[in-house]
Structures are given as C-alpha cells and as structure tokens.
Design a protein around this ligand. Structure first.
Ligand SMILES: Nc1ncnc2c1ncn2[C@@H]1O[C@H](COP(=O)(O)OP(=O)(O)OP(=O)(O)O)[C@@H](O)[C@H]1O
Length: 263
C-alpha cells in the first residue's frame, strides 16, 4: 500500500467568468522514507497541490489517500512549513509552536513539554518567550519547522521553506532538515518539498516530480540515486541538474512558442 497517493487530481479556478484548469489529471505516489521534491515553472500549481494534499483545499475532482485511506477534510498525517513562516506576531515562540496542539485539545502541560522538545531540536533554546519581530529570518523558519514537527506528522509538506532566507542560513537549515529526517527518531517518515531551486531539489531528494504549466501536469518523475551527503561539485550531480533544468525549460518554452498546446 502506498504511503501517500494522489489520484487523478484536477483543480480549476474561476478567472474572468471562465474556469481555468490549474492542475490536470495529477497522479503520483510517495513511499515511506522518501524525500520528494515538486518543481515547475511559477504558477504551475505546486502550492495548490500541497494545499490539496494537506486537505486545506478540496480538489475539483480526484482524491488523496494516506496509507489507503481517503483524506476528506484536513489531512491529520501532514503538517506544513511555509515560505513566509506564517507566524502570528502577537504570540511568542512557545505560543506559536503550541497553537496547533491547543486546537487539538492537548493539555497545557503536555503542550509545553512537546514544545520544549522541538524548540531544543531546532536550536531555539533561550528564545522560548521571544516574539517573531525579535527573530532573524532563519530563526523564524526554525519556529515554523518546530511548529510543524510538534504536530508529529508522518509527512512534512514544505512550500519553498528556504527561499526567503540568505544563502548560508538556507544551507544550514537544509542540512538540519536532512539530518532530522535521516535520524528516523521522529514520527516523520517522508518529506514533500516544493521548490524553484533545482540545485536544492537535486541535493535533497530521492525523487523529483516536474510539473508543466497551464495546465499543471506531471511531465517527469526522476529518481535521484546519488549517495548522501551529496557532492554538488560532482559530474553526476551536474548531469542530473542539467537534465532537470532542460526539462523545466523545455516545458515552459514550448508553452511560449505554442501556448495553445495541451489545452
Ligand atoms: N484560490 C484561488 N483562486 C483563484 N486562483 C487561484 C487560487 N489559488 C491559486 N490560484 C491560481 O492558480 C495558479 C497556481 O497557483 P500556485 O500558487 O499553486 O502556483 P505555484 O506553482 O505554487 O506558483 P509559484 O511557484 O509562483 O509559487 C496561479 O495562477 C494562481 O493565481
């Protein structure tokens, strides 16, 4: 049985009195212990697809299954990390992290115990009572990651989590996420990452799924078999990078040259 299965998902949105197809017949599976990235041109529907998997958006048609069970409503096996962190400015670090647990009805003592565990794990000790405005971008994203992990998801959904950070901070957080995921100490089994950054996708993923745009359709599903930790300078790394890059470029160029194609 597949860990996560997305089956024949279509999504349309209204635009100027017309229904525009954003996602067309999107189907793929993710297995346990896989790190999968979703890449594709801007506007191809990557974030929409994450929201559908999280159960925040009901697709126009099609379904999402988790371990064979159809997800109707919020997907309790997932939590999400956002590009712009999504923190509530009037809550401190601990309160931001425990908000979801509170909504689940977890008692205060247990909420705090779990929050402190994940605050430690993401390296935010000493900042328990800090407010988002007092934190750097990297620290805000650490709160975002702790807030997602404290829900003990089996599948972590990450929507461009590193793209608002400076290069060095992004690099540190990438390594830490890989270490956390590889440690297998958490309930976390698999990660689905949305990214524009092809190098990041090749560095992190077991598989890269490429979406075309207008409408968003899967055009490739590439397995990355390079051993970890990966060497960005290696010939093999470059080869895969080039291949993914050409596929994305090819799909957006063919749409510019022949915009009616695929409709
Ligand atoms: N709720 C909505 N109502 C109408 N249109 C929407 C809605 N949500 C998304 N869209 C449209 O759907 C398309 C896909 O958006 P989405 O954010 O999923 O793309 P994306 O691939 O994540 O883009 P980017 O890489 O730029 O973040 C866009 O054209 C967007 O304007």
């Amino acid at each position: 049985m597949d860990f996560l299965s997305v089956k024949s998902v279509y999504q349309t949105f209204p635009l100027k009195n017309k229904e525009v197809v954003i996602l067309e017949d999107v189907s793929f599976d993710i297995q346990e212990n896989e790190f999968v990235s979703l890449v594709g041109p801007s506007g191809c529907g990557k974030s929409t697809l994450l929201r559908i998997i999280a159960g925040l958006l009901k697709p126009t048609s099609g379904s999402v299954f988790f371990r064979g069970q159809e997800i109707k409503g919020i997907n309790p096996f997932t939590s999400m990390v956002f590009q712009t962190f999504g923190l509530l400015p009037w809550l401190d670090v601990t309160e931001n992290i425990t908000l979801g647990l509170e909504a689940r009805g977890v008692p205060l003592k247990e909420r705090l115990k779990k929050a402190f565990k994940y605050i430690d794990m993401v390296g935010l000790e000493g900042f328990e009572e800090a407010y988002p405005r007092e934190l750097s971008g990297g620290m805000k994203q650490r709160v975002g990651i702790a807030r997602a992990l404290v829900m003990e998801p089996e599948l972590l959904l990450m929507d461009e989590p590193f793209s608002a950070l400076d290069a060095l901070t992004a690099e540190n957080l990438r390594s830490e996420i890989i270490d956390l995921w590889e440690s297998r100490k958490l309930s976390l089994k698999s990660i689905l990452l949305v990214t524009h950054n092809i190098e990041e996708a090749v560095y992190l993923s077991d598989r890269i799924i490429i979406l075309s745009t207008h409408p968003g359709k899967i055009i490739a599903d590439e397995r990355i078999d390079l051993p970890r930790p990966r060497d960005r300078e290696s010939k093999e790394f470059y080869k895969i990078y080039d291949k993914i890059y050409s596929m994305i470029l090819g799909s957006s160029l063919s749409k510019e040259v022949n915009p009616g194609k695929g409709k």
